[in-house]
Design a protein around this ligand. Structure first.
Ligand code: A2P
Length: 331
């Protein structure tokens, strides 16, 4: 399989390379691309140096799969050109997620939506992926009436510049700023841009993408996205109101049986999911599973995952694996 990686020099791109190596995706030719600044640099894939090329040069190679992680503008500019050449585009940006003809995929939940009639497949937002993986089985079994989600998001979700800002502040150094405020020893309820209704673009992504993946356009959901001075993963406090009554033991066994989920929930041992533990792992960790006693069928969860892995790279590589398994691309 010939694979192009657009954004190979970025934070997510570098994790994509690691995950492609670990998951042993068959790859006869690897084509890393990035902006003009990086063309000619080298990245290492499976122990071999590979020269970074322009997106135009990658397009000429007609790869079977192109994984995009270079921001929405690059995806909008090039994804259709790759698709027109028969390439399956797995797009990590938000550019195509709301397009009705584009499947928005968390493979454990809705890999069935991938088909050959569209060559562009959208990878959901990092916060959406980890939440949906945890709540989809609960939704199927009991029906979700309303979701209230508050996130505690790692600076790695904003890219290289944000991580540099955190460490520069910590070391008392000047440098480029990714955020409008200091992030070290601070946090702010601001992810993306503010919109006229008071929500931020990151909050709206969580709402719209969750509705699309769960196939319920009217699902009641409200979100608050908070950036915190953490690397390693995003954490989420998720409050669910279910349609039907449940037994906590059944929720435990449902989550324990869900591929990709690990339960960490033993208050007596101070065991609960944390980003410092989730870092570098592909699973979604769920804990603090408890009944919300303020409403008839309420449930609280604390969900943590490495946003660069399951929230981006791992999910994208799993989509590539689905394409192989379905025979849509040949190894
Ligand atoms: P470059 O390193 O040359 O800037 P991050 O989100 O971690 O900052 O990474 C963004 C990724 O997207 C980088 O690999 C970056 O390349 C790439 N990128 C940014 N703009 C473009 C563009 N116009 N065309 C191709 N790749 C781009």
């Amino acid at each position: 399989m010939v694979i192009a990686l657009v954004g190979a020099t970025g934070l997510v791109g570098q994790v994509m390379i690691k995950v492609l190596e670990e998951q042993q995706i068959p790859c006869s030719k690897f084509i890393p691309c990035a902006s003009a600044r990086s063309v000619g640099k080298e990245v290492t894939f499976r122990g071999q140096p590979h020269r970074v090329v322009s997106v135009e040069d990658a397009l000429e190679e007609k790869p079977q799969v192109a994984i995009f992680s270079a921001g929405g503008a690059t995806s909008l500019k090039y994804a259709e050109a790759f698709a027109a050449k028969g390439t399956f585009v797995i797009d990590n940006s938000s550019a195509w997620r709301n397009d009705d003809s584009v499947p928005l995929v968390v493979p454990e939940v809705n890999s069935g939506t991938i088909n050959t009639s569209t060559r562009i497949i959208a990878n959901p937002n990092c916060s959406t992926i980890q939440m949906v993986l945890a709540i989809a089985p609960i939704h199927l079994q009991y029906g979700i009436k309303r979701i209230v989600i508050s996130t505690y998001q790692s600076v790695t979700g904003t890219g290289v510049k944000a991580v540099e800002q955190l460490f520069n502040e910590r070391e008392g150094k000047d440098g480029p700023k990714a955020y409008p405020h200091n992030i070290d020893l601070n946090c702010f309820p601001h992810g993306g841009d503010f919109t006229p209704n008071g929500y931020t673009t990151e909050e709206i992504k969580l709402v719209n993408e969750t509705r699309k993946i769960l196939g319920n356009a009217n699902l009641k959901i409200t979100a608050t996205v908070v950036r915190i001075p953490v690397i390693g993963g995003h954490s989420e406090a998720i409050n669910l109101e279910l349609e039907n009554d449940f037994d906590l033991d059944q929720i435990y066994s449902l989550l324990a049986q869900t591929p990709g989920i690990i339960i960490q929930d033993d208050p007596s041992e101070n065991l609960y999911p944390m980003p410092g533990f989730a870092e570098g792992k592909d699973e979604v960790f769920v804990g603090r599973i408890r009944r919300d006693e303020s409403v008839p069928f309420g449930l609280d969860l604390w969900v943590v995952a490495d946003n660069l892995r399951k929230g981006a790279a791992t999910n994208a590589v799993q989509i590539a694996r689905v394409l192989l398994d379905k025979g849509f691309v040949k190894a």
